[in-house]
Design a protein around this ligand. Structure first.
Ligand SMILES: [Zn+2]
Ligand SMILES: [Zn+2]
Length: 116
């Protein structure tokens, strides 16, 4: 299955450079890889279900050590099968994807960091 692929320019916590971080989201896991140093963060699926917007809002309002990445992508939802805006929120501990049409949400938990 093709992952959803996104990019975000951000300061890498490992090499300290302001470069593209490649985000790849699969149904059961997600990776964020620094395009400069290759440091890779693994997130693993924890929870799947229909959620309202609160799940995103609550996570945004929590205190975080690092900047939260708030992204979106038009993609075909695994649940409603429509091409619709998918909200993507990434923190140091979680990665949340939510379909704005049906509320189908996947919550991934940070697992490990691999440094090359
Ligand atoms: Zn880096
Ligand atoms: Zn949907």
């Amino acid at each position: 299955m093709e992952p959803w692929r996104l990019e975000k320019v951000s300061k890498c916590f490992n090499c300290g450079k302001e470069v593209s971080q490649i985000i790849e989201i699969f149904p059961n896991q997600a990776y964020i890889t620094c395009s400069n140093c290759g440091a890779k963060r693994y997130y693993i699926i924890r929870r799947i279900g229909i959620e309202n917007e609160d799940i995103i809002i609550k996570e945004k309002n929590k205190k975080h050590k690092y900047d939260i990445w708030s992204l979106s992508k038009i993609a075909v939802c695994f649940n409603c099968k429509k091409e619709y805006v998918q909200e993507i929120l990434i923190t140091e501990t979680k990665l949340i994807v939510r379909c704005k049409n049906c509320g189908f949400t996947r919550v991934y938990q940070f697992h490990i960091l691999e440094i090359k």
